[in-house]
Design a protein around this ligand. Structure first.
Ligand code: ADP
Ligand code: ZN
Length: 194
């Protein structure tokens, strides 16, 4: 593994749905424990798919977490304990506010580890993650397996009809696809409309 953690830095774990971002975050949490860097773990209120108060990966690993509706509430939580690290899952749902807050937290000396989607369902740069990728010290970009051709997948393809950018979902609504199969799928959708 990489030379362990520095305090006062940002790490981003990104990639499409099903690529293992939550799993990777949970692995980081285990390592933080050994490094004696006490983490504050947070998730946006928006993400209620698996559990209100836990990060749960699709493979079933879990960790207690605080639910915030606004990322700025993190400053209140920091008053209660001496945390060294701040770990954020499903970070794309916090919106652009997260960029300045994460930067500030790293400047204050916290190790900030953030997992979130880099692209929306049409492969467009999504929410705060693209800006965070630019200012982060370390970036881990994961891939899933394309459900159509089994090559490496970097996109979250939407299976149902909706133009809402922030549509929550899981296997029924989304599947991991490679660029080629994503583009093919979008073309097919268009043909079905016309
Ligand atoms: P993320 O947080 O990126 O959405 P999770 O950590 O919740 O991902 O889940 C990753 C797990 O999802 C994998 O370990 C695997 O068990 C499962 N999975 C389901 N579909 C796929 C796929 N198409 N490609 C890879 N893993 C998949
Ligand atoms: Zn494919």
């Amino acid at each position: 593994m990489y030379k362990i953690f520095n305090e006062g830095m940002i790490e981003i774990i990104t990639g499409p749905m099903f690529s293992g971002k939550s799993e990777e975050l949970l692995r980081r949490l285990r390592t933080l424990e050994y490094a004696k860097l006490k983490p504050l773990v947070i998730k946006p209120k928006f993400d209620t798919r698996f559990s209100e108060e836990e990060i749960v990966s699709r493979s079933g690993v879990r960790h207690k977490t605080h639910i915030l509706s606004d990322i700025r509430e993190v400053y209140d939580l920091l008053k209660f304990d001496t945390y060294k690290a701040i770990v954020i899952d499903e970070a794309h749902f916090f919106g652009k506010d997260l960029v300045a807050v994460a930067d500030n937290l790293a400047n204050l000396g916290y190790l900030v580890i953030i997992a979130g989607l880099d692209q929306d369902y049409l492969r467009r740069p999504f929410g705060p993650i693209p800006d965070l990728l630019a200012i982060a010290e370390r970036v881990t970009k994961l891939q899933a397996i394309c459900v159509v051709c089994q090559h490496a997948a970097s996109t979250s393809f939407r299976k149902i009809e909706s133009n809402q950018q922030n549509l929550l979902g899981n296997y029924h609504e989304y599947e991991a696809r490679c660029r080629k199969c994503h583009n093919k799928g979008e073309k097919q959708k268009q043909q079905n409309v016309n």
